[in-house]
Design a protein around this ligand. Structure first.
Ligand SMILES: Cc1cc2nc3c(=O)[nH]c(=O)nc-3n(C[C@H](O)[C@H](O)[C@H](O)COP(=O)(O)O)c2cc1C
Length: 152
């Protein structure tokens, strides 16, 4: 049973969240943490869970994450459970925008079964740091994937 976490990160904050998520998923036999744009030629065989996260930039998905998502072939995520997160300023989503909802939408289009609502983790400033407690919240969020997914 394999989990893959793919992330983009300009200043390291989304990387830190992705790393906390990877650590929380230790019940998976294999957990791969991959940064775009290097997350190419992924072997989807045996992948049960895909978590994709990126920084919110200009109210949406970063350029690199966009390119990565666009390059995935149609149907490539069929049968894979997925979830999306972003990092952004703490504020009304209407004002800040958020990358996770469009990421989740794209994962669905590619055939994934998106298990959780898109989630945001907050930075204090553009370059960070993350707000207090966000890494712990990210670990807890990763474990919200239904028990059935963990046990299969
Ligand atoms: C070019 C740029 C545009 C940004 N636009 C937004 C935005 O529209 N909304 C928001 O909440 N944060 C915005 N931010 C802040 C980023 O979300 C923040 O830099 C990011 O969460 C940090 O994650 P990282 O360290 O992984 O890059 C922007 C940052 C940059 C550099």
């Amino acid at each position: 049973m394999k989990a893959i976490i793919v992330y983009d990160s300009e200043y390291g904050n989304t990387h830190d969240v992705a790393e906390a998520i990877a650590a929380a998923l230790s019940h998976y036999e294999t957990v791969q943490l991959l940064a775009v744009p290097d997350a190419t030629n992924i072997d989807w065989q045996g992948v049960k869970l895909l978590i994709v996260g990126g920084p919110t930039q200009w109210r949406g998905v970063s350029e690199r994450m966009h390119t990565w998502l666009d390059a995935l072939p149609p149907g490539s995520l069929t049968g894979i459970h997925a979830a999306a997160f972003d990092t952004r300023y703490h504020g009304m989503k209407l004002l800040t925008g958020a990358a996770a909802p469009p990421i989740a939408k794209r994962l669905k289009e590619l055939g994934a079964e998106v298990l959780l609502p898109p989630e945001s983790f907050y930075v204090v400033d553009a370059q960070g740091p993350l707000a207090n407690g966000e890494l712990e919240r990210a670990s807890r969020w990763a474990l919200l994937t239904p028990a059935g997914v963990q046990e299969e």
